[in-house]
Design a protein around this ligand. Structure first.
Ligand code: SF4
Length: 183
């Protein structure tokens, strides 16, 4: 978890900056949970077995700072955010403050959480490494591709009404997002 350094105090060893070093932070990357449910070959986050949550109460305590920094969107990253013990309540705190939410996910737990994600999350970005056998080999998780596909389908189904999609939640893969944001 990234913790912001305390603000320099007058009379301290370091000279005070002329202005606040960070006045605005429109997009905040936040890791609600420290562990992951994949074991990707290019990463060592999964070696964290502590499974630490950033608690809802701790988030509430940080909200004045998010307001001061005029945070407009929080990207939930990790580890795997859906491994948090109460991510729905965590998201409620952000939504109540008018902050948009993007979920970055391995997709393995999407099916389990599909019923509430469409109402609480604006965008879901899933990591997709290639066809099933390549994706599963990189993730080092059996049936990871299949679970991801089922999760995406479940969230889409949860959003459907007889008149079309119920909410504006959208999906993209991490490759799509990288391309779109570079335009
Ligand atoms: S899904 Fe992301 S955080 Fe998890 S092991 Fe893979 S690269 Fe690391």
């Amino acid at each position: 978890m990234t913790v912001l350094a305390p603000r320099p105090q007058a009379g301290g060893a370091l000279p005070l900056p002329a202005r606040e070093p960070i006045e605005s932070l429109p997009v905040l990357m936040l890791a609600p949970h420290s562990s992951c449910n994949c074991k990707c070959v290019m990463c060592d986050i999964w070696k964290d077995r502590q499974g630490l949550d950033l608690s809802v109460e701790r988030l509430k305590g940080l909200m004045p700072e998010l307001e001061r920094l005029r945070v407009r969107r929080v990207c939930l990253t990790g580890g795997e955010p859906l491994m948090h013990a109460n991510l729905r309540q965590f998201c409620d705190v952000l939504r109540d403050a008018g902050i948009g939410i993007t979920l970055l996910s391995t997709g393995l737990l999407l099916e389990r959480h599909a019923s509430w994600l469409g109402e609480s999350i604006d965008d879901v970005v899933v990591s997709l490494d290639g066809p099933p056998e390549i994706h599963d080999a990189i993730r080092r998780v059996r049936r990871a591709f299949e679970l991801l596909a089922r999760g995406v389908a479940a969230v889409r189904t949860a959003l459907l009404t007889p008149h079309g999609p119920r909410a504006a939640a959208s999906f993209s893969t991490s490759c799509d997002s990288a391309v779109n944001r570079s335009r």
